[in-house]
Design a binder for this molecule. Structure first.
Ligand SMILES: Cc1ncc(COP(=O)(O)O)c(C=O)c1O
Length: 496
């Protein structure tokens, strides 16, 4: 079964020699070489199977035969750019549009989430000639220069002078760790009012708001689920200022949240963004992405007089693959599976919260679930090293999970959508054992749970953490503490 071309050491040596050192690798002290994958499983060069809990890109399952076939068949026939008339382009645009509210009817096909968000910025800046962008604390929207500018997840490492002065950062609408928590009478309004305050300040300085951009659920930001009503109120303030609302669905779209096809729809029927950007799952691993907007925004873009041309965007192969992905989601009821299995997983994790003092919060929608580890449920001290320990121990047991958020203490589940209840049982059982071991080493007792319970248990909508600085801690356990500390420093993040 092995399809490796050289032994692992040689692969690693060549990678060190020829690949840029900023391109990080998972588990850098002992990387995994994956040579094959199927469904929710990945296989290394020795045929060892890993349960994949992190690859939301392989949305309908790794190497899904229908997707592979659609791509191969179209490649045999033709692949070219979108200046030629082709059925796949328009059929796919029509099909994608059918999943969205009517007013979102115009598509631009591009090749990565970054390209999609970069184009979205061009659209909003052309719309009224405004320049200022409001983004959320801890947000990540892509790797190109224009997006590093609006990604505090990255730009907090830059000096003030290097940061773009027309970018404004609003608090993450995090009701667990954020500025307004679950015990606040109306966190949605409070967080939206902060956006209004930012708009007013920008106006005072002569700025004009082009857009507010947010992931419909913050992913790298720590699996944050905004309180219902927040987006509606933000959209009202932003539109009044002549700006637009961009919903970044690069991580969370295409049915992942279970109850809806798009995560922004969790806010309610009355909320429709002006622009939706898509990526990762859209091609199940094939590099494609899309920006969908309104006729009005598209027409304003046209007034620049500049042609928009993209060599690969919307090519017949990408569109064939995109169509196959939508077919599989429907045929295999993967959105329904996300709802059922995601609910099952969340329930299992909630039980872990009852059992383990280290578990501060469980929040999730469908197969997008976060488990936040804290050392103290009142102070919400991030259990960063412990989260890394869980991940490394899981890897030893051939389960791939990652941690994210500003403190890297949120274990995040975003597996291929064919994830099963058996998979959920397996990973949670392993986490249970690992947490028991770590807590024993730390001398934490589950019987303390009630006394350390904070009011997060009362809230309706769980969310996640904020803050800018990663507080690397160490596990004071026999032997594992130093290792966990080193791993925390080393591992940084395991984001796809
Ligand atoms: C929310 C979000 N937007 C945009 C991007 C950028 O996508 P890509 O890496 O395909 O350019 C990412 C990538 O991680 C992301 O998480």
């Amino acid at each position: 079964m092995s399809v490796e071309k050289m032994d692992k050491k040689k692969t690693l040596d060549l990678r060190k020699k020829h690949i840029g050192p900023s391109c990080k690798i998972f588990f850098s002290h002992d990387p995994i070489k994956i040579v094959q994958a199927k469904g929710q499983y990945m296989y290394d060069e020795n045929g060892q199977r890993y349960l994949d809990c992190i690859n939301n890109v392989a949305h309908v399952g790794h190497s899904h035969p229908d997707v592979v076939k659609a791509g191969a068949q179209q490649m045999e026939l033709l692949n070219t750019n979108s200046r030629f008339l082709h059925d796949n382009l328009v059929l796919y645009a029509q099909r994608l549009q059918a999943t969205l509210p009517n007013k979102l009817s115009v598509c631009y096909f591009v090749n990565s989430g970054s390209e999609a968000n970069d184009l979205a910025l061009r659209l909003v800046r052309q719309y009224r000639g405004h320049k200022d962008i409001i983004t959320l604390e801890n947000a990540y929207h892509g790797h190109v220069s224009s997006l590093i500018d609006i990604s505090p997840y990255k730009f907090h490492q830059l000096s003030d002078a290097e940061q773009n002065q027309s970018v404004h950062v609003a608090p993450s609408p995090d009701v667990y760790r954020g500025k307004y928590r679950a015990n606040h009478p109306d966190p949605a309004t409070a967080y939206a009012d902060d956006v209004k305050g930012i708009i007013d300040k920008a106006h005072e300085k002569g700025g004009k708001i082009a857009a507010f951009i947010a992931e419909s659920l913050q992913s790298c930001g720590g699996q944050v689920i905004p309180p219902v009503g927040y987006f509606q109120q933000v959209a009202k303030h932003v539109r009044k200022a002549g700006g637009l609302f961009i919903a970044d669905e690069v991580q969370v779209g295409f049915g992942r949240v279970g109850s809806k096809f798009w995560a922004f729809q969790l806010q309610g029927e009355d909320f429709v963004p002006d622009i939706v950007t898509m990526g990762k799952p859209i091609g199940n691993g094939h590099p494609m992405s899309c920006v969908v907007t309104t006729k009005e925004v598209a027409e304003a873009f046209m007034t620049s007089g500049m042609e928009y041309f993209n060599t690969f965007g919307g090519n017949p192969v990408s569109c064939a693959i995109g169509l196959a992905v939508l077919d599989v989601i429907e045929k295999e009821d993967l959105q329904g599976n996300a709802l059922r299995v995601g609910g099952y997983l969340t329930n299992l994790l909630e039980k872990q919260k009852e059992k383990h003092a280290l578990v501060g919060d469980i929040r999730g929608c469908g197969l997008f679930v976060g488990m936040e580890l804290v050392r103290d449920r009142l102070k919400l001290t991030p259990a960063t090293a412990e989260a890394q320990e869980v991940i490394y121990k899981l890897k030893e047991q051939h389960i791939l999970l990652s941690a994210d958020g500003p403190h890297r203490n949120v274990l995040k589940f975003k597996p291929p959508m064919c994830f099963s209840t058996e998979d959920a049982d397996l990973v949670v059982e392993k986490i249970d054992h690992i947490l028991t071991e770590i807590e024993a080493a730390l001398g934490l007792k589950s019987s303390n749970l009630l006394s350390v319970e904070n009011d997060s248990g009362k809230r309706k909508l769980p969310t996640d953490e904020n803050g800018h600085q990663s507080q690397n801690g160490s596990v004071h356990s026999r032997g594992s503490g130093q290792r966990a500390h080193e791993q925390t420093k080393q591992s940084k993040r395991l984001r796809s």
